[in-house]
Design a protein. Structure first.
Length: 679
């Protein structure tokens, strides 16, 4: 493998900074490690509490990712107490974790990797551990030991599979002592360890080890069934996604990610995929993200949506039953069943769906399965692919240390796992709603006629909440095709839809006898038909999912109490409100709720209140435009200005499960306007 080490780039770097540099080089190469896999270390001399020089192991902390690692992700562990453990016969995980916690240079640093002892026990200054595809392709094989011998001879020590922990660390140390000429250790069905007097040497040894074994091969043979063309695949994936999402969300909602990249498509459509995909993971920690095996959907003709949907529903349930049996067969006292639904779904001719509690988790599962596809192909060049036994895989998936991490994770936000569409999301009430719902954990699709504006809000949300959490789409709610493509974008990105905040609107003002037909029709197109088109498309997705859903229509105080010279607006918004109520009636049997928020006079950040609208409303009330906001404030019972954030709060309530038993309801956010009380 080609080295990316640059002596120019490391000029002036030493110690921990150099370790960060080398770790990022390793992390940047997905064929070495993906998403939290692998770890690196450097032994250094640092002052202790009293300023005396001591030897310290700087090793990757648990929960960090090598490609983006920073210095504080490397806890310092005192080396002397680590080496004292070499005398011990055994040590369980909990004791080891507690012991390491007492050896930290900084008490508040992250927990050292479970492989910390392995690094500490090796005498070299620098140690790098990867899950290199090229190495696991050799060991995950019915003739793995032979294959390792053929490729590496006496250059490496081979350590039989064992879950990481004290014993594996000790076996590695003993293996290296017994093979003083070894330049690396291969951990069976797990990965590679290399070392050196410097980080550059250790990195070079990793590169060298990969060079000799990179003999990848793709599964071959005629495709089965035929691979659909790109446009047909995409259309089918969009039609199938809500059905699949519903099927795999029976326990807890998940998001989906669709992948029809060439290596995936070639693999899932190969004659070997049905069998090969069911053997097991490439390396133990993949199990945590992808489960032991994916669901391989057996289907005669993937282009037949009806047959495919039926196959998916039945086989997803069968997978969950099989997973529950696997859990029961290997469980230990006190273990609780994790979500039994598949994380990776392979469909011949179509591609791969991955699932996750958020977009990022679905991405991680996809990237890991890309590596698995490579390893499955490459391993087959040496002999039949082999993997962890079901028991070994279970012991990693239900490893108490991993479950502890899950238990320690902060509780999920109210709208976690929900996909929300907000129309008119680039400004005013829509933007405030998008921000508020994202803050509660939602994945938000920001739709607006102003596409750059929608994208800007989405970018802001991603910066605050993480990549994949928001998407900006262009949507003209008056155009059937535009609404359809906006909702399709949401389904393509996340797999479905849970909440729709139908908010886009305009406010044309003018007396009836002076109103142009075009103004009237424009108001009906945006303020009435626009809501219909969005509701119709979204309702179809929600019904396909079968997970219920929630619509919130942003209407207006004018529905209850119209004002003069505001006919086009008031009439169209009344139609919106009636649509919402009929939607509540029709959606009820499917668990789909529809509610209405009636705000009044929300000026801040609003495009509804253009200079023109302000001038006309001021004239209708017989006041100067500058007095308008104050006029509306005084008009309500509480004497308060109504802000976009106030409306967002009401929308959040109606969108959330706290309003699970409320539908067809109108909630006012107007400071109290007596004439507009719902009745
Ligand atoms: Zn490992």
């Amino acid at each position: 493998m080609k080295s990316h080490w640059s002596d120019d780039e490391v000029k002036g770097l030493e110690g921990l900074d150099l370790l960060v540099y080398a770790s990022r080089l390793v992390g940047a190469e997905p064929s070495l490690v993906v998403w939290g896999g692998g770890n690196t270390s450097l032994k250094v001399t640092e002052p202790d509490l009293l300023g005396r020089p001591i030897r310290v192991l700087r090793v990757k902390g648990s929960g960090s990712d090598l490609k983006s690692i920073v210095a504080r992700d490397f806890p310092g562990v005192l080396l002397e107490p680590i080496l004292a453990l070499l005398k011990r016969a055994d040590m369980d995980d909990q004791e080891m974790v507690a012991y390491l916690a007492r050896c930290l240079q900084e008490p508040d640093s992250p927990r050292p990797s479970i492989e910390a002892l392995l690094h500490g026990f090796l005498p070299s200054e620098a140690v790098i551990h990867t899950h290199a595809d090229a190495v696991v392709a050799l060991t995950n094989n019915a003739r793995g030991r032979e294959a390792v011998q053929e490729v590496y001879g006496k250059d490496v020590a081979l350590i039989p599979y064992r879950r990481p922990g004290f014993l594996l660390s000790k076996e590695v140390a003993e293996g290296v002592r017994a093979h003083p000429r070894a330049r690396g250790v291969i951990l069976e069905k797990h990965g590679l360890i290399t070392w050196g007097g410097t980080l550059k040497e250790a990195y070079g040894a990793t590169m060298e080890a990969i060079k000799v074994s990179a003999r990848g091969r793709r599964p071959s043979g005629p495709a089965r069934p035929r691979v659909l063309d790109a446009a047909a695949r995409r259309d089918l994936a969009v039609a199938l996604a809500p059905i699949l999402r519903g099927a795999v969300s029976r326990e807890r909602r998940v998001l989906l990610r669709y992948d029809d990249s060439e290596p995936v498509l070639e693999f899932v459509s190969s004659p070997e995929a049905a069998r090969l995909s069911q053997v097991g993971p490439a390396t133990p920690d993949h199990t945590i993200h992808t489960k032991r095996v994916p669901l391989f959907v057996e289907v005669e003709d993937p282009s037949d949506l009806g047959a495919l949907s039926e196959a998916v529903r039945g086989q997803v349930e069968a997978f969950a039953r099989g997973y529950t049996e696997y859990f029961e067969a290997h469980r230990f006292p006190g273990a609780t069943l994790l979500d039994p639904y598949p994380r990776v779904i392979l469909i011949p001719g179509l591609g791969m769906f991955t699932t996750g509690k958020e977009a990022r988790a679905a991405l991680i599962a996809a990237e890991i399965y890309h590596r698995t596809v490579w390893v499955l192909g490459a391993a087959s060049a040496f002999g039949p692919y082999a993997s962890l036994t079901p028991k070994e895989a279970f012991d990693v998936e239900y490893w108490p240390l991993e479950l502890y991490k899950l238990a320690k994770a902060p509780p999920e936000r109210e709208l976690a796992r929900r996909i929300v569409l907000v129309t008119g999301g680039a400004s005013g009430i829509g933007r405030a709603v998008a921000r508020r719902l994202a803050q509660e954990g939602a994945h938000v699709v920001v739709a607006d006629l102003d596409h750059p504006g929608a994208e800007q809000v989405a970018r802001e949300l991603e910066e605050r909440h993480g990549a994949g959490r928001a998407l900006g789409v262009a949507m003209d709610v008056t155009a059937e095709a535009s609404v359809r493509s906006g909702i399709r974008a949401a389904v393509e990105a996340c797999g479905g839809l849970d909440v729709v905040v139908s908010n886009a609107g305009i406010a044309p003002a003018g007396a009836i006898d002076a109103m142009a037909l075009a103004d009237w029709e424009r108001s009906l197109a945006v303020n009435a038909t626009g809501h219909f088109l969005v509701a119709r498309e979204a309702l179809r997705v929600m019904k396909a999912q079968g997970l219920g859903g929630s619509f919130v229509f942003v209407a207006t105080k004018n529905v209850m109490a119209p004002g003069k010279e505001f006919a086009a607006y008031s009439a169209a918004k009344a139609a919106e409100a009636q649509l919402a109520k009929v939607l509540a009636i029709e959606g009820g049997p499917s668990g789909i709720r529809a509610n209405i928020v009636n705000p009044d006079a929300v000026f801040r950040d609003s495009r509804l209140w253009s200079e023109e609208v302000r001038a006309e409303r001021a004239r209708a009330h017989g006041i100067a435009p500058g007095e308008l906001e104050e006029f509306y404030r005084r008009r309500n019972l509480l004497g308060v200005p109504v802000l976009p954030e106030d409306v967002a709060e009401a929308v959040l309530f109606l969108a959330s499960d706290r309003a699970a038993k409320t539908t067809g309801c109108t909630l006012t956010v107007d400071g109290g306007v007596r004439d507009a009380f719902p009745r």
